[in-house]
Design a binder for this molecule. Structure first.
Ligand code: IMP
Length: 426
């Protein structure tokens, strides 16, 4: 039995989709445990490119089951569309995908509220994906959410939705000058998906436990990244779930001790979408060059990502709070031609230099990064199969990262395709 998990070490978009796809070979169960269709995992299989939002990337393998566990939030319209899109391309989904009866449903009113809140916040907005994620998790915490399991209890559904709408409709009509939502028509829209989603509704916690008891291999798929975690990230510029490894237990119903290995995914540079502090952000040509070379546009919203140098202060913090044992480094090929390559090793705040990641947004905003420079490489590395195939300066860069982070970079990605990966251990 092996239970391993994969967590992003930055602000999401670290290239987890490719790493997860690579690791999901021979895995019995792939589980998503937080977030919703704000996530966007890109996986390239041969000439086919897939953008997954709700569905775990393990679905692109021929075998194994995939779970959307209780810590996730689910937009049923988006999920049904995603299932249809995959099935149209020949991917077997229906008998392999299961959705927790305890996961919360994202309703059209959540999406509308997310967008209206952001618009009203003006320059103080978070830059959310506009998918209703925050309002849905807020209802969960307020105990007025609607859950996937409610689709099996249609009698009480309209009342539950009406309860959720009580205050929101007041907000829509008086503050936001928008029409009110009708509980009965939302219920009708939800129940229309029962034919497809009904057979997938399951007690996913039981399924994970049974799988552990059978000695199977389980891959827990994190979305977003540690720095977007609601508790441990750059609050308030975060998502609304625990996107660090801390979300695993609550989001799946399995005890923390069951998770044997937590793998971190770190891009060779850093990107961020949406607002919020980003100490190593590059403005101007250097940032534009990274964005163009790395194709850094959001999988979910298409927004251009902000780009900057690798930040080892943030990476060390993310590794510590998530109990990371090994790291996969992605998109090393994108650094080809950058000379020198800079890496942030400390933060100057006022007269002090620190290697601790600050908790307060105003400290994060006032940071002056301390950089260490490395000689760049301009050889094409996209065909490298082994560590020794990499040019000297690329190897030096990786060894320096390992030394400064005190952790093994066991996988190095040098291109977007499945086999453009250097594995330094089995
Ligand atoms: P929300 O999750 O849509 O509420 O957005 C909150 C913040 O998290 C915004 O800055 C989003 O851009 C960011 N975010 C949410 N999901 C992702 C993701 O999958 N990748 C990168 N950023 C994300």
């Amino acid at each position: 039995m092996r239970v391993l998990s994969v967590v992003g070490l930055q602000w999401g978009d670290e290239g987890k989709g490719k790493v997860l796809d690579r690791l999901s070979e021979d895995v019995d169960l792939v589980v998503r445990y937080q977030g919703g269709n704000n996530a966007g995992h890109t996986v390239i299989v041969g000439t086919e490119k897939y953008a997954l939002h709700h569905i775990p990337s393990g679905i692109l393998r021929d075998t194994g089951r995939c779970l959307i566990a209780n810590g996730s939030v689910v937009d049923p319209d988006a999920l049904v569309t995603e299932i249809a899109g995959l099935e149209d391309r020949g991917v077997r989904v229906r008998d392999r995908l299961f959705v927790s009866d305890r996961a919360h449903l994202i309703l059209p009113s959540h999406v509308a509220l997310d967008r209206a809140n952001e618009k009203a916040a003006g320059s103080g907005s978070i830059g959310t994906t506009g998918r209703g994620i925050g309002p849905c998790y807020a209802d969960k915490a307020s105990r007025i959410g609607v859950r996937v399991g409610d689709l099996r209890h249609p009698d009480g559904l309209v009342d539950r939705i009406a309860r959720h709408l009580e205050v929101k409709n007041h907000l829509f009509t008086t503050l936001y000058d928008m029409p009110a939502f009708d509980a009965a028509s939302i219920a009708e829209g939800l129940l229309a998906h029962r034919e497809i989603l009904g057979p997938m509704i399951a007690d996913t916690s039981r399924m994970v436990h049974d799988s552990i008891e059978r000695g199977e291999t389980i891959l827990l798929e994190g979305s977003q990244g540690v720095l977007l975690d609601i508790d441990l990230g750059t609050y308030p510029y975060v998502t609304s779930s625990n996107s660090s490894a801390c979300g695993i237990s609550a989001g799946t119903g399995i005890p923390p001790a069951c998770v044997e290995d937590v793998i971190g995914v770190m891009k060779a540079y850093v990107t961020r979408v949406g607002e919020g502090p980003f100490p190593t952000e590059l403005h101007g040509e250097e940032g534009d060059a990274l964005r163009d070379r790395g194709g850094e546009y959001g999988t979910t919203t298409g927004r251009p990502r902000r780009c900057g140098w690798l930040d080892l202060v943030a990476a060390r913090y993310a590794i510590r709070v998530s109990g990371i044992r090994r790291v996969a480094l992605t998109k090393l090929d994108v650094l080809c031609g950058a000379d020198p390559i800079q890496v942030c090793t400390g933060y100057r705040i006022g007269d002090e230099t620190t290697t601790e990641f600050p908790s307060h947004v105003s400290d994060l905003e006032s940071i002056e990064p301390v950089y260490e420079s490395f000689d760049g490489f301009d050889e094409d590395i996209t065909g490298a199969k082994r560590f020794d195939d990499l040019p000297k300066n690329a190897r030096r860069y990786i060894e320096a990262l390992e030394e400064r982070l005190g952790i093994r970079l066991f996988m190095i990605s040098v291109g977007s395709e499945r086999d453009q990966t250097i594995l330094r251990e089995s």
